[in-house]
Design a protein around this ligand. Structure first.
Ligand code: MG
Length: 164
C-alpha cells in the first residue's frame, strides 16, 4: 500500500489541519490551563502543557481526506512540536499511529517529519494553517487551510484532485 509513487509530494501540517488543537485544550483541567495562561508576554502557551497533544481529536474530514489522496500523491506529515515540551514530540508520533496505524502498510509509516524549518523540505504542496516555521518560504505551493479559498478538507481534496 505504501509504495513509492511517481505522484507529486504533499506535506500536511498537524495542528488545526489534521488535528483539532481546541479539542485537546477542552480536556485540560482549568487549574492546569491557568498555569499556562501567560508565557511572560501576556499570551497563553497551552502547547507547552505536558501531554496535551495526546488529547486531541482529528479535524473534521481529515482522516478521510488522507485516505482519499494517498493513492495519487506522496503524502508526508510536516509538523512543528514545541521546543520546551518534549511530550509533544512523542505524542505526535503516537497520534499518527493511533489514527493511521503503525504498521508498514499504513499511510504515514515513517512519513512523519517534525521540523521548525518547513522550507527545507522539497515538494509540490504544503497544507498548513499558518505561515510560521518556514511555511511561508516553502518553495512549492502553500495551501493555507482555513482561508476562504480553502476553508476545509473537502475544498482542499477537490483542488488537489485537479493537480495530479
Ligand atoms: Mg498548524
Amino acid at each position: 500500500m505504501n509504495l513509492i509513487k511517481c505522484g507529486k509530494t504533499v506535506y500536511v501540517d498537524m495542528d488545526n489541519v489534521l488535528v483539532n488543537f481546541q479539542s485537546g485544550l477542552d480536556r485540560v483541567p482549568e487549574a492546569i490551563k491557568r498555569e499556562y495562561a501567560d508565557d511572560g508576554t501576556g499570551k497563553p502557551h497551552y502547547d507547552d502543557i505536558p501531554h496535551i497533544f495526546s488529547l486531541m481529536d482529528p479535524m473534521p474530514g481529515a482522516i478521510e481526506a488522507m485516505r482519499e489522496l494517498w493513492p495519487y500523491f506522496n503524502l508526508y506529515i510536516l509538523s512543528t512540536a514545541p521546543w520546551l515540551n518534549p511530550s509533544a514530540w512523542s505524542d505526535k508520533l503516537e497520534w499518527v499511529q493511533r489514527y493511521f496505524g503503525k504498521d508498514n502498510d499504513s499511510i504515514f509509516y515513517k512519513r512523519l517529519i517534525i521540523s521548525h524549518h518547513k522550507d527545507l523540505n522539497h515538494g509540490d504542496f504544503l497544507i498548513d494553517d499558518r505561515e510560521k516555521n518556514g511555511a511561508s518560504e516553502f518553495q512549492g505551493e502553500l495551501i493555507q487551510f482555513g482561508t476562504s479559498k480553502y476553508p476545509d478538507w473537502p475544498a482542499i481534496v477537490e483542488y488537489l484532485h485537479q493537480q495530479h
